[in-house]
Each structure stands twice: as structure tokens, then as C-alpha cells.
Write a new protein. Structure first.
Length: 115
């Protein structure tokens, strides 16, 4: 994690922009790590319909919204960010699972079966 000035210690727009840029880089790295887990989840699921779990999503978003508010972040902002992220992840999982199933269907069932 990058050592940043505290917001109150920033004396210029450049100070603030530098801190925000550093935080954005950390966020990107975290999102990339998170995406690795989403890819693995898509490998484990057997059907594209498994990508959407309404109960899990609503429970997760509510908890994240509450935690955001505890941290002084607007809950609505956190909810919007996570819902966008989740929507993208669900779509990614559906595509990945469907592509894997399609590849399995197109593969010959036995060696030499395509002759």
C-alpha cells in the first residue's frame, strides 16, 4: 500500500490528485485480484444460470452498504459501485460458463470419433 498524505495534509490540487491516482492504482490491483476469483467461480459452476444468485447479491450489497456507511462513505455510492461490479461479474460468468459448455459439446466424445 502506498504511503499517502492524509487529506488534511494536502496543500494543493496536485497533492490531492497524486493521492487519488495512487489510490486508483491500488483499486485496480484489488479489482484484478477479485476478478481472478470470479474466473475461478465461473470454472466451478456448471450452468450459466448459476451465475446469478439474487439472495447472495442482496445480502452482500446490504452488508457492503452498511460497512461503507460505518467508514464514512455514502452507502448509495458503495451500492452503485458494487451493483455495477456484480452485474459485470454475472455477465462474465454466464459468458465463460456458456463458452466452456459449448466447447465441450463441440469436442468429439471419443478419440477418433470425428473420422
Amino acid at each position: 500500500m502506498t504511503r499517502l498524505k492524509q487529506p488534511a495534509d494536502c496543500v494543493s490540487k496536485t497533492d490531492i490528485r497524486s493521492a487519488i491516482d495512487a489510490l486508483d492504482e491500488e483499486l485496480l490491483q484489488l479489482f484484478a485480484r477479485r476478478q481472478g476469483y470470479v474466473r475461478r467461480m465461473a470454472e466451478l459452476k456448471q450452468h450459466p444460470d448459476e451465475a446469478f444468485d439474487h439472495e447472495r447479491i442482496e445480502t452482500m450489497v446490504a452488508a457492503l452498504k452498511d460497512r461503507a456507511e460505518e467508514l464514512g462513505l455514502e452507502g448509495a455510492q458503495a451500492e452503485a459501485v458494487w451493483r455495477t461490479l456484480i452485474d459485470w461479474n454475472v455477465a462474465f460468468e454466464k459468458r465463460a460458463i456458456a463458452a466452456r459448455l459449448e466447447a465441450l459439446r463441440d469436442r468429439p466424445s471419443k478419440p477418433g470419433a470425428d473420422f
